[in-house]
Ligand binder design. Structure first.
Ligand code: HEM
Length: 518
């Protein structure tokens, strides 16, 4: 009996030499793969375990551009176990967005984003894969195509409305920042919900603002997930309240649209005025079904949560981006009177002072277009493009492990001295040269709309609203800075968030320029 016990105790020891024999080659292979693996790019030294977590507040476009000056166009940081890479040069950006874009097209999402997008039921935060492909196809065809003329019409109407509102304040200071933020919210709200009365819009804006704050709030549970259930910052309760408010608001709109559709189906009314909710409802079903699309209409089914999450994508993607570009354009031109004069002369010559600008004029407004490109180069509305890797990759000879965060710094790339002469100066004439870079996505030194699979699907609508608003504001009025402020004294600092708007709102005094009524 005793002998058996001793034998059973000895058994693991007898097995040990065998397991050691197995482990040694595995260990050897592991070490060999580590030795063969490319190195990480250079970056600031971190602490054991927490890495560079002390630099959390420095993950802004400006701080990352400073790091690039020290470490190069690709910088490595570690936040706990999470690897982060900041890309500040066109070369590595091309590798990420074009050459290896199938690996770099996932999106990182924190707890707040995941919760508020109904577990990534949208397009902007969905990871790359069949679901995202379907959502993207649907949005591009149904929401953002040139064929969907209603969105463009509503943009033109809202710009006209804004220009008339400025007329009422002629001779008085106008807060251009507030004016254009209201404009883009009106455009997108109308394109999404179809209501031209803007009823309920203020309630919706406050829901958006709470979402925006929650997206950006530091949440310790993002780095220590087991703390999530304890909710020590009280964020979970705020998240639940914010999503309930959105549900309450959009469910009513969706129900109204469903009722209207039923009524129309029973009548002969074929007026065909549709908004984004109508377009999305054509794919509505409570059964979730994702399959590879052959025919868009028959293969995609959207739930209510998908519809709500897509509407929020459009709201976030289309309001602050366009508004901040319009405000920066007005500020840069007010700071550069020579360029402002050139643009206004061009408008006078091409459009004349007896009418407002119309869409066919855009093509001929060459200098204005150069100015807008220069604005997007210096102030890309989304300064950091946030991507995530789905598997191990090599970029510029460096190792990038799976599930790393990759921040493509469009702001730093647009000011990269190797790619641009006098990169920090506002010089629109650089875009007059034939062969100057364009923002369509194939010149990686200029990527305000991104490039490749995850590039901006709303680019056409965004550019249309930007061109129309700036052209109309500059054509209909001359603008002076208030209280005799000199152009060079204009504060040009920005604020960092998902977008990078001006830190101080632009205020200026308009004087009417046209001989016709507005
Ligand atoms: C001047 C205007 C705009 C600029 C500069 C801009 C820029 C961008 C950028 C840089 C991205 C991310 C690209 C990447 O991650 O690689 C993006 C994505 C996106 N944009 Fe825009 N955008 C603008 C206007 C709009 C408008 C008007 C809409 C909608 C009406 C919109 C909807 C979106 C959406 C839904 C995405 C996510 C796409 C995806 O993840 O697949 N954007 N935009």
């Amino acid at each position: 009996m005793m002998e058996n016990k001793v034998l059973s105790l000895l058994q693991p020891l007898q097995a040990k030499p065998l397991s050691i024999l197995c482990i040694i080659p595995l260990l050897f292979l592991f070490i060999l793969s580590r030795l063969r693996r490319k190195p990480y790019p250079p970056g600031p030294k971190g602490w054991p375990v927490i890495g560079n977590m002390g630099m959390m507040s420095q993950l802004t476009h400006r701080c990352l551009a400073e790091l690039a000056k020290q470490y190069g166009d690709i910088v490595h940081l570690r936040m706990g176990f999470l690897h982060m890479f900041a890309i500040s040069g066109p070369g590595p950006a091309q590798e990420v967005l074009q050459l290896h874009d199938n690996i770099f097209s996932d999106r990182p999402a924190n707890h707040a984003i995941t919760y508020l997008t109904y577990d990534r039921a949208d397009m902007a935060f969905a990871n790359y894969g069949p679901f995202w492909r379907q959502m993207r196809k649907l949005c591009v065809v149904k929401l953002f195509s040139r064929k969907r003329a209603e969105s463009w019409d509503s943009a033109r109407d809202e710009v006209d409305h804004m220009v008339r509102a400025v007329g009422i304040s002629a001779g008085e200071p106008v807060n251009i920042g507030e004016l254009v933020f209201r404009l883009t919210r009106d455009i997108i709200y109308r394109a999404a919900f179809g209501s031209s009365s803007h009823e309920g819009q203020d309630e919706f804006i406050s829901i958006l603002q709470e979402f925006s704050k929650l997206f950006g709030t530091f949440n310790i549970a993002d780095f220590v997930p087991w703390l999530n259930c304890m909710d020590i910052q009280g964020l979970n309760a705020r998240l639940a309240k914010a999503r309930d408010s959105l549900d309450g608001f959009i469910d009513v709109i969706i129900d109204e649209h469903i009722q209207n559709k039923k009524k129309l189906n029973g009548s002969d009314d074929e007026s065909g005025d549709t908004d984004m909710v109508d377009e999305l409802l054509a794919f509505y079903s409570e059964e979730e079904k994702i399959s590879e699309p052959e025919d868009l209409q028959s293969s995609i089914k959207l739930t209510r949560n998908n519809i709500k999450a897509i509407i929020m994508d459009v709201m976030f993607g289309g309001t602050e981006t366009v508004a901040s570009a319009i405000e920066w354009a007005m500020a840069e031109l007010m700071r550069s009177p020579e360029d402002l004069q050139k643009v206004q002369k061009e408008l006078k010559n091409i459009v004349g002072l007896a009418r407002k600008v119309e869409e066919p004029d855009f093509e001929k407004l060459t200098y204005l277009r150069c100015c807008l490109k220069e604005v997007l180069r210096l102030h890309p509305p989304i300064p950091l493009l946030l991507h995530q890797t789905s598997e191990d990759a090599t970029i510029s000879g460096y190792h990038v492990p799976a599930r790393s965060r990759v921040m493509i710094n469009a702001w730093a790339i647009g000011r990269n001295p190797a790619a641009w002469d006098h990169p920090d100066e506002f010089k629109p004439s650089r875009f007059l040269n034939t062969g100057a870079p364009d923002f369509k996505g194939s010149n990686f030194e200029f990527i305000p709309f991104g490039s490749g699979r995850r590039s901006c699907p709303g680019m056409q609508l965004g550019l249309y609203a930007l061109e129309m608003a700036v052209a109309q504001l500059l054509h209909c009025y001359t603008w002076e800075l208030q209280d005799g402020m000199k152009p060079a004294d204009l504060d040009m600092s920005d604020e960092f968030g998902l977008t990078a708007p001006r830190a101080a709102r632009l205020v200026a005094v308009p004087t009417p320029r046209l001989s016709c009524p507005l």
